[in-house]
Design a protein around this ligand. Structure first.
Ligand code: SF4
Length: 350
């Protein structure tokens, strides 16, 4: 059991600054963290490196966060999506006591602000009617993280989280209630969860659960402290050849592009074969975000597919266009060259 430390944000902001580029995984322009610290304490989590003490030891509970957020929302465009995805699970055990996530959703609902939240906990189902209403009036998307479909490996990797099957069942129930749902296969952990068959069966489990979309990303090892944690994790799980990680990372914080491309290709092909979207489909956010956000997402999602399928130059151009559109600086000539021009033009009302 963690210690809960109640605090006031006072002058500290609730929301992150507006993102300089739209987040193509979570559709977001802003990020919001409810609690600081996460009792689930998954050993692969990035959050460990941002805490002075163990991530799951102390949970800070900002009691005035909903009020603070309500004040900050006055300056936020109603077409910008806020992602509750940052560095802690919004439905960790503290939520049972403090209900800060629920209060935060109520603030967002009142303002009809689009939001997406990422959780591993079935406690989100207690807010199902609220999420349902939010999605009817603006947009509310729920995602869960899954790194494996294997319950035994999941137990060893993230023992405090519900089993993969339970998380998928939770998404099924939300989807039945009309709430769009997705899965973040994050992180893909080399040598632990990256086996071809394991990844493909994970994607198949997502398709069987009829989730609307999946996204994926790779284990990011940003500093020495995180390397130590990952080495401890690997040592706990089995004998892993040191050279495998050395070759994959080559002293960089992320995997080498050849490895990434190979897995991206495999996963995208598998998703296409199963009729499962690899990025949030347009139908989920069409007309529910600011037009420049909607258009930027279309371009970024198109660029993802172009890159994975080998059209590197097209992908680079479309990503640059997406960033321009998001920033409101549109180059009409470059935009006309995009294969997505007819759709983007309609979205932007050009
Ligand atoms: S539940 Fe999410 S935020 Fe919490 S420790 Fe696990 S990965 Fe990190």
């Amino acid at each position: 059991m963690a210690y809960y430390i109640r605090e006031m944000l006072s002058e500290r902001p609730a929301l992150s600054p507006r993102r300089p580029t739209i987040n193509e995984f979570f559709l977001s322009s802003y990020t919001l963290s409810i609690y600081t610290g996460c009792e689930l304490g998954c050993p692969y989590c990035d959050s460990w490196i941002y805490q002075e003490r163990p991530l799951n030891e102390r949970i800070y509970v900002p009691l005035d966060l909903p009020q603070r957020l309500a004040a900050e929302l006055r300056e936020v465009d109603r077409g910008d999506l806020i992602a509750i995805t940052a560095l802690s699970d919004p439905y960790q055990p503290a939520e049972q006591i403090y209900r800060l996530t629920r209060q935060t959703l109520q603030v967002l609902a009142e303002r009809e602000q689009p939001c997406l939240l990422l959780t591993k906990s079935a406690m989100v189902l207690e807010d199902k009617p609220l999420l349902q209403r939010m999605n009817e009036r603006s947009l509310a998307v729920v995602m869960t993280t899954l790194v494996t479909a294997d319950p035994h490996l999941s137990e060893r990797l993230e023992g405090k989280a519900p089993s993969p099957a339970l998380r998928l069942e939770m998404l099924r129930e939300l989807k039945r209630a009309g709430v769009p749902v997705g899965v973040a296969i994050v992180p893909i952990i080399p040598y632990v969860t990256d086996r071809h068959t394991a990844l493909l069966s994970l994607v198949k489990a997502c398709a069987d659960a009829q989730v609307d979309f999946v996204v994926w990303d790779y284990l990011h090892i940003s500093n020495e402290q995180h390397w130590i944690r990952i080495n401890e994790l690997l040592a706990r799980l089995g004998n892993y050849p040191v050279s495998y990680y050395r070759d994959l990372y080559r002293d960089q914080p992320t995997v080498n592009p050849i490895y990434r491309q190979e897995i991206d290709r495999e996963l995208l092909d598998r998703c296409d074969g199963l009729g499962l979207e690899a990025r949030a489909p347009h139908r989920i956010y069409a007309g529910r975000l600011a037009p420049r956000n909607e258009a930027a997402l279309l371009l970024k999602h198109g660029a993802f597919r172009d890159r994975v399928q080998g059209r590197e130059l097209v992908a680079l151009k479309e990503r640059a266009l997406a960033d321009q559109v998001y920033a409101g600086t549109i180059d009409p000539v470059a935009l006309r060259e995009s294969s997505l021009y007819p759709l983007v033009r309609e979205v932007l009302g050009l």
